[in-house]
Design a protein around this ligand. Structure first.
Ligand SMILES: Nc1ncnc2c1ncn2[C@@H]1O[C@H](COP(=O)(O)OP(=O)(O)OP(=O)(O)O)[C@@H](O)[C@H]1O
Ligand SMILES: [Mg+2]
Length: 465
């Protein structure tokens, strides 16, 4: 630790306050929660000294920390001038306890400094849990440290792991333009109509009927928002905007330097409201344009394996039920066993480890078509779904406020009416099934096709009537 300063939030050293101490706060400009962290410095500390201590706290090099003083607002227009390293706090006018210095993280020496970033889509900030806000900050620091997004080996879309500054995986980002048949899908699922305009979003090509390429990320967010109180364990998910040269751009586009990839709906500005720029970064000199991608941003779950790897007999009845309830509500057409992560948790009541399920990959939920087949639900043949529902599960189902859910999906995610109508039917069916004492198996077979190819489906009739 520097002999002239200590960070009060992290220091384990004994520190005796002296009259030369100055207790100030640092706050990251892009933190929507505007959290302040206290640090104790000396009146004669230089800006470089402050950065060196913050470097230990934030786990990023001090060269990528930028400090600003003279404003408390977050807009780029009013951002104070950057404090130069050589100045002392005193010179900069920071002389009183309680002052706040703003900071942002980025590497000015890198040609990519101005473009690597990730933030929650402003229009959904209020719906994102605090835990995700924190994870966004960690992922930002990973970018600042030069740690690249890592394309996940499996899957049909572009799925990326994002890391913190210590290279620990913290999040999963799925850009909308890299979804199957999206214009920049990295696995070859590219629609023949992919062009340099936004027509790919109108493309008929799709992995599943009733969902357009680019819309799966909204379903990922919807699944989290509808999973009230985390009953089914969907990892915290929001919509984020991210920019990094490692995200995929297909060769049939104009080159990035030509600005081609930024044409169309990559930023979704035209179709989704209230997306703003990364304000502080927009102050920096213009660098080669990379598209700012919009996609789902989900907490990374460190799992032991997936349900591909173990027998369903190892999983408790309630764990299976929580997944079946979610999938029936959302008519999820992609519940294969690889989309169930298995996490081992210690249960203090029993004194044993228990296996819990974490459902992922909800891009094919809440579609405008009800064509889920028996083979889309890996749990349909597991014996647990024929067991009676617990009182807790029954209560959860009966307490779902269907109309409030529909309003949320319509107003905030703009899901199509047909998808919302289907949600109303499946949730009411679940509720009526519970009242009638049916098992989840009984209810599930009413909602899924039992053939391999047919299109006629009982729920379609229910919606029509
Ligand atoms: N929240 C998460 N935590 C940990 N790993 C995850 C998470 N989400 C996704 N993954 C990993 O990334 C892989 C691909 O993710 P996902 O299944 O969501 O992508 P996809 O391209 O939509 O795949 P699919 O072909 O199954 O539709 C998963 O199999 C899993 O290994
Ligand atoms: Mg998957």
């Amino acid at each position: 630790m520097s002999p002239i300063m200590s960070l009060s939030s992290s220091s384990k050293h004994k520190y005796t306050s002296t009259s030369a101490d100055l207790k100030i706060y640092v706050r990251e400009i892009s933190d929507p929660l505007a959290r302040k962290r206290p640090i104790t410095v000396r009146t004669w500390s230089s800006i470089k000294d402050v950065k060196d201590e913050m470097s230990k706290l934030l786990h990023v090099p001090s060269s990528v920390i930028h400090l600003y003083y003279g404003t408390n607002t977050l807009t780029s227009a009013s951002l104070g001038r950057e404090l130069p390293n050589r100045r002392s706090l005193n010179d900069a006018g920071i002389q009183k306890n309680g002052e706040t210095i703003l900071y942002e993280i980025g590497d000015p020496s890198s040609p990519l400094a101005s473009i690597n970033d990730v933030c929650i889509t402003p229009s959904l900030v209020d719906l994102a849990p605090k835990s995700l806000v924190k994870i966004i900050q960690l992922a930002k620091r990973g970018f600042a440290r030069g740690i690249k997004p890592e394309l996940v080996m499996d899957g049909t879309g572009g799925t990326y792991f994002l890391h913190d500054a210590r290279k620990v995986k913290v999040a999963v980002f799925k850009p909308e333009d890299e979804e199957p048949y999206g214009i920049n899908n990295p696995r070859g699922y590219v629609s023949s109509s992919s062009r340099q305009d936004d027509s790919w979003q109108q493309s008929e090509s799709s992995m599943r009927a009733g969902i357009k390429p680019g819309d799966a990320c909204l379903r990922e967010v919807a699944a989290y928002l509808l999973d009230h109180h985390g009953f089914s364990g969907v990892p915290p998910t929001t919509l984020a905007e991210a920019r990094h040269p490692n995200f995929h751009l297909n060769g049939n586009m104009l080159k990035v330097i030509e600005g081609g990839a930024s044409i169309g709906t990559h930023s979704l500005r035209s179709s989704r409201e209230s997306l703003t720029d990364f304000s502080p970064i927009s102050l920096r000199p213009t660098k080669p344009e990379l598209p700012k991608k919009v996609g789902s941003f989900q907490e990374f779950i460190s799992a032991e394996c997936t349900m591909d790897d173990i027998s369903p007999s190892k999983i408790s009845v309630d764990e299976v039920h929580k997944i079946a309830i979610l999938d029936i509500r959302l008519l999820n057409a992609d519940r294969n066993s690889a989309n169930l992560l298995v996490v081992r948790k210690y249960n203090s009541d029993s004194g044993h480890d228990v296996l819990t399920l974490v459902p992922i990959d909800h891009g094919f939920c809440l579609r405008a078509v009800a064509d889920v087949a028996w083979f889309d639900w890996c749990w349909l043949e597991w014996p647990q779904v024929k067991q009676p529902l617990s009182l807790r599960s029954q209560k959860y189902i009966l307490n779902i406020d269907v109309e409030a859910d529909i309003k949320l999906m319509r107003d905030r995610l703009h899901l199509p009416q047909k998808a919302l109508d289907l949600y109303r039917v499946t949730t009411k069916l679940l509720q009526d099934g519970v009242r009638a004492g049916m098992t989840l198996y009984d209810i599930a077979i009413l909602c899924c096709r039992n053939d391999d190819s047919g299109r006629i489906f009982p729920i379609t009739v229910l919606v029509a009537s």
